[in-house]
Design a protein around this ligand. Structure first.
Ligand SMILES: *Cc1c(COP(=O)(O)O)cnc(C)c1O
Length: 459
């Protein structure tokens, strides 16, 4: 008999979590104005709100914390991280930042001006925010297949090269400061980009003389999918695949809270010394001196160790098999999800799950709240609340997909926890016909409303 698969770690330290009763959860949810961001973390049993900064560090990473050098300038921790980034990504220059959006702020302060166009594959919200804040435009060139949840495609994060070339041809070179490729593509469901696509995007960018930036939060998960799904890469190591991926990038922004497996941190990598020098001024102004830029020495040490761990096949296999495990359980229960399952999360298709709830009553939010009530599981709405109002008409914008995202923290929960999540959703699925009403907005902020919105239950 073939030995079954098991995790590539054992557990050295545990953190207790508590189940609650339905009565308690009903009360807490009412107090939280039906906004899951307002819950206290201790009111949540299994927290799948995000995989950002919520991972468990290894014993090696904790040991590295003790070796941190907190010198203002020239800390050994900076040189340790610098050597690791050069070894893994091939970037000879880098700037530490306090998280991913800070890296975006520094890079875009250096490169983006009013009226610019920045093509890419479904830009992440903070990326888009930094672009639009500068009165520039994020142009989405993702392949059309990404927007059909039940269509199986191995690389739904790919850029449509025809759409890209059309943009590059339509605007002068000076108005396109860069192309941003997000690996894996968070917004389209943690979907990977193929090596061939990265290579072709770089070739096209070179033809038009435009630099390519990788938004790199889940770069290692992307490499894992290339190894498993793309012809010619099965025998290559994750490190070899990452090295080839980044041979097609001129620079990168990184949220280290994802594949860096640290709770806080980020960086920008550069191949060009001149660009690095220009960005340094903004980094010193917004983040900190070149050799710490918003990070403690100990955290740079933990990040260097985390990058080495996240680029091993054993780590990635354990990680992604757990996400697949939850996805498969849901499919076995016939629950509609985005397919194939991405690297960091399972997305439940709320429009197919709750067809009786009117679109104006926030279908995905209704499902996310039901899931919390059922079992104390916290997911997040990726739907109309998040999409927010049209800036001009002030009407709700209805996105193509209305989903509940179940993001899985790295090395935190066991598959028994995944079973609880799956059965909780199955119980809701079985009584889905009775769920006919959703929620209305009682109060909302003028921008980024989903974080603070207050809702009222409709009946
Ligand atoms: C999380 C994330 C960011 C922003 O990083 P923060 O560390 O949250 O500031 C940018 N891009 C992608 C793809 C992300 O997933």
């Amino acid at each position: 008999m073939e030995l079954p698969f098991a995790e590539s770690f054992k557990i050295k330290m545990v953190e207790p979590i508590f189940r609650s009763t339905l009565n308690e959860r009903e009360l807490w949810l009412k107090e939280a104005r039906y906004n899951l961001f307002n819950l206290k973390a201790e009111q949540v049993y299994i927290d799948l709100l995000t995989d950002s900064g919520t991972g468990a560090m290894s014993d090696r990473q904790w040991a590295e914390l003790m070796l941190g050098d907190e010198s203002y300038a020239g800390a050994t921790s900076y040189y340790k991280l610098k050597a690791t980034i050069e070894e893994i990504f091939g970037f000879p220059y880098f700037l530490p930042t306090h998280q991913g959006r800070a890296a975006e702020n520094v890079l875009m302060s250096t490169l983006v001006k009013q009226g610019d166009i920045i093509p890419g594959n479904s830009h992440f919200d903070t990326t888009k925010g930094h672009i639009e804040f500068r009165k520039a435009t994020a142009f989405d060139c993702t392949i059309q297949e990404a927007f059909d949840t039940s269509l199986l495609h191995p690389f739904k994060g790919n850029i449509d090269l025809e759409k890209l070339e059309q943009v590059l041809r339509s605007y002068p070179r000076e108005r396109i400061p860069m192309i941003i490729v997000t690996v894996t593509c968070n917004t389209s469901g943690g979907q990977p980009v193929s090596m061939q696509n990265l290579r072709e995007v770089k070739a096209m960018a070179d033809k038009y003389g435009i630099p390519v930036c990788f938004d790199s939060a889940r770069f290692a998960e992307n490499a894992y999918f290339i190894k498993l799904r793309e012809p010619g890469y099965a025998e290559k190591s994750i490190r070899e695949i990452v090295a080839e991926m980044y041979s097609y990038a001129d620079m990168a922004t990184m949220s280290a809270k994802k594949d860096g497996i640290v709770n806080m941190g980020g960086f920008i990598g550069f191949k060009d010394e001149e660009l690095f020098r220009r960005a340094t001024t903004y980094n010193i102004m917004f983040e900190g001196f070149i050799t710490y830029g918003g990070m403690s020495g100990r955290d740079m040490n933990a990040l260097a160790a985390g990058l080495k761990e996240s680029t091993t096949f054993e780590y990635l296999e354990t990680r992604i098999k757990q996400v697949e495990y939850l996805g498969q359980k849901l499919l076995d229960f016939c629950i509609p999800i985005q397919q194939p399952v991405g690297g960091h999360a399972v997305f439940v298709d709320a429009l197919k799950f709750l067809p009786n709830v009117p679109r104006e009553e926030y279908v995905a939010q209704t499902l996310a709240l039901e899931l919390y009530l059922e079992a104390g599981v916290r997911g997040v709405e990726i739907g109309t609340l998040l999409a927010d109002r049209d800036p001009v008409t002030r009407q709700d914008r209805y996105p193509a997909l209305e989903t509940v995202r179940l993001a899985i923290p790295r090395r935190v929960y066991t598959n028994n926890h995944m079973d609880v999540v799956a059965v909780a959703l199955k119980n809701i699925w079985d009584r889905r016909d009775e769920i006919r009403r959703g929620y209305r907005i009682a109060w909302e902020a003028p921008i980024m409303r989903h974080f603070t919105v207050q809702l009222e239950k409709l009946s």
